[in-house]
Design a protein around this ligand. Structure first.
Ligand code: OXD
Ligand code: MN
Length: 664
């Protein structure tokens, strides 16, 4: 079947029947269209075109607003098609203005979605349906002609841990089963948005249509939206189509409509298309974030020769005033926001934040890896954030912020576990009275703040630079309670890629997995690969080229515990001590020593002054039994999950690791 035909199946299964009710005058035409499509595939494309023409007539009859008429032709076609499918009452094209934001806030208060938090300046609380609280990885799919485009061959036809494949017909069926009429009685908002500063050569544009005012308001914080983006589209009409609906269920939660039983998140990279149904929460609904910037982004990055990664970006200035930028990949809810906003305890150090979650990186013509943060805000995990763990986040979030699923205090403020002592009179994230004798958390473990990046007092002066900031080092890490040293430097690029490929971490509340299980999470991208992980590794391995200055790669672990279960390293601001060593290594200072795992700081090279008693021996120990098991676990994972798609370089690195451990 020709690809174009497959990708337009919903015109047959959904649109044509829908149009019949829309426009009685065209009934005969529709019957004819049906007839033609039945008798011959050869005439199918003709039928599609007829139905499109008829559908546009129908829409004109329905008087779509002049705002829609003013859109560029491709955006307009997307909006008209989405409107015909979802049948909203109104269509509103977002201009990103303050007046629009105020109207959305008013509407959401009326609908019971948001509540004002009078203790702060322009802050709001949303309580979701209790089942719509995290990303749903099990219902997140990537569509392509061939399964192997999406997941490694080792799992052909079986459940892969590295992504879910969906066939084009199943994709179309999933859309056809959910979207027809799903926005009846609602407004369909059209959000033109830019990932990255508008106009930067590293940025990309998307258009999200959604029936959720909460999504519009959050996208306004997390991306650049509105008139300037529409203007940019006039110069270059390329954009990613993002269709989102919170869906309809039988018993909707007041203020938080969703359809958890039928939630689905679909990506079709070949058509630059994302479709999400049933959830209003975070990465499921703010489609610029995980869906575009990472899943589609990784595909675009491979196609165009750059990297789209689940990484924070920070600028670090040493006491001599030398500044370098570092990108760091940690799985969800492992402290990326804390590192991105760190207050260093090492005297004379300064950290400035470029981004806390996603990095788009490309080598420039001088061979320097340049990174932008494609986002415009922070969608951070609230629990655990306090004036001691992240004072900068605390200074950022109490203005112009939407909190979701945190607890509320009786003076119109917010509270979450780890913020400090719980005051009297708390209402929990479900809206029920709560006190500290209860055995349940007051804030959901995945509760969030959604805050403009410009609120951050240490936002980097170049965070919106259109050429991006130069990256000197890449950190990789996870939560590893046992066996994994505080910091290890890769011997070379291929070894660094192996460290990324073999990353593991304890599961967190950001998705639907049971916590505390140590899971493989290569490059912290496991839930976000847009294509075959083996090919992703090949792409990383292809980065070193003549004239390029390759960043050094490090693996870090702030979370190692002793036999009694106590953290061996204080973490947070004291991680600046590790950054200090990393920067000195970037300057080629010989402050390292070789181990079976790679380079670690040589004795006394890590500045632990004024830290008290740190058990450095245990913090850097490389237990032989643990590492033999770890190497076996990596081998099993590579064999079972990646198989023959794994680049040979990774097998070579695994053999080196095994040999080094055996010898140790
Ligand atoms: C996030 C995540 O929301 O990784 O950033 O889940
Ligand atoms: Mn993330």
């Amino acid at each position: 079947m020709p690809k174009k035909f497959v990708s337009n199946i919903y015109y047959h299964s959904v649109l044509i029947p829908r149009l019949q009710t829309h426009n009685r005058q065209n009934r005969k035409l529709f019957k004819m269209v049906y007839f033609i499509t039945r008798i011959s595939k050869r005439f199918a494309q003709v039928a599609i075109n007829c139905s499109r023409a008829a559908h546009q007539t129908a829409l004109r009859g329905n008087k779509l607003s002049p705002q829609v008429a003013a859109l560029t032709p491709k955006v307009r076609a997307f909006v008209e098609r989405s409107a015909a499918l979802c049948e909203p009452e109104h269509v509103h094209v977002c201009d990103g203005s303050e007046a629009e934001a105020s109207a959305l806030l008013q509407l959401m208060q009326n609908q019971g979605t948001l509540k004002a938090l009078p203790k702060y300046d322009n802050c709001w609380l949303a309580r979701t349906d209790p089942v719509d609280v995290a990303r749903v990885e099990s219902r997140t799919y990537i569509c392509s002609e061939h399964e192997r485009d999406v997941v490694p061959v080792a799992r052909a036809g079986q459940k892969s841990a590295l992504g879910n494949y969906i066939t084009p017909p199943d994709y179309d069926k999933a859309v056809a089963e959910r979207f027809p009429g799903c926005m009846r009685g609602r407004t369909m908002y059209v959000i033109p948005f830019s990932m990255g500063p508008v106009g930067s050569p590293l940025s990309k544009i998307g258009v999200e249509v959604t029936d959720s005012p909460y999504v519009v308001y959050s996208m306004r914080v997390m991306t650049r939206i509105g008139a300037s983006v529409l203007e940019a589209l006039r110069k270059d009409e390329h954009f990613v189509r993002c269709l989102h609906s919170v869906g309809r269920s039988d018993s909707p939660t007041v203020g938080w409509p969703c359809d958890p039983a039928r939630t689905i998140i679909l990506h079709r990279p070949a058509d630059n298309e994302i479709v999400s149904y049933g959830s209003g929460y975070g990465g499921n609904s703010l489609l610029g974030k995980k869906c575009f910037a990472l899943r589609l982004g990784s595909v675009l990055a491979r196609r165009e020769g750059w990297l789209a990664e689940h990484m924070l970006i920070v600028g670090v200035t040493d006491p001599k005033g030398r500044k370098r930028y570092i990108a760091a990949a940690f799985p969800s809810a492992c402290g990326k926001t804390n590192l991105a906003m760190m207050t260093p305890t090492l005297p004379g150090y300064k950290v400035e934040c470029v981004g806390d979650d996603i990095a788009w990186m490309k080598f420039d013509k001088h061979g320097v890896l340049r990174a932008i943060n494609p986002e415009n805000g922070f969608f951070g995990v609230a629990p655990g954030t306090s004036s001691s763990t992240n004072p900068i986040a605390m200074a950022s979030v109490f203005q112009n912020t939407v909190f979701t699923n945190v607890a509320e205090t009786n003076d119109g403020g917010v509270w979450w576990e780890g913020m400090g002592d719980a005051p009297e009179g708390i209402t929990d994230w479900k809206g029920k009275p709560w006190d500290k004798t209860m055995k349940i958390p007051a804030a959901h473990p995945n509760s969030r703040f959604c805050t403009p990046a410009s609120n951050c007092p240490i936002i980097d002066g170049d965070w919106e630079s259109s050429e991006g900031v130069p990256i000197s080092a890449i950190l990789l890490g996870g939560r590893r309670p046992a066996g994994v040293p505080l910091v290890v430097e890769a011997r070379d690029w291929a070894h660094g890629v192996f460290l990324g490929a073999s990353m593991r971490s304890e599961a967190t509340a950001a998705a639907e997995h049971a916590s505390k299980v140590v899971m493989h999470d290569p490059f912290a991208m496991r839930p976000f690969f847009g294509y075959n992980f083996g090919e992703y590794l090949r792409h990383w391995l292809s980065m070193p080229q003549a004239g390029r200055q390759m960043p050094k790669i490090f693996h870090v672990n702030w979370f190692r515990k002793d036999q009694q279960g106590k953290f061996l390293w204080p973490g947070f601001g004291d991680n600046s001590r590790v950054l200090d060593w990393v920067l000195r290594r970037c300057a080629e200072e010989p402050c390292h020593t070789e181990t079976p795992l790679g380079y670690v700081p040589k004795d006394d090279a890590l500045d632990t002054s004024n830290l008290g008693n740190i058990n450095m021996k245990e913090l850097f120990s490389i237990p032989k039994d643990f590492w033999l098991q770890e190497a076996n676990a990596i081998e099993k994972y590579f064999k079972e999950e990646v198989g023959e798609d794994l680049p040979n370089e990774m097998w070579d690195q695994l053999m080196i690791l095994k040999k080094n451990i055996q010898k140790s």
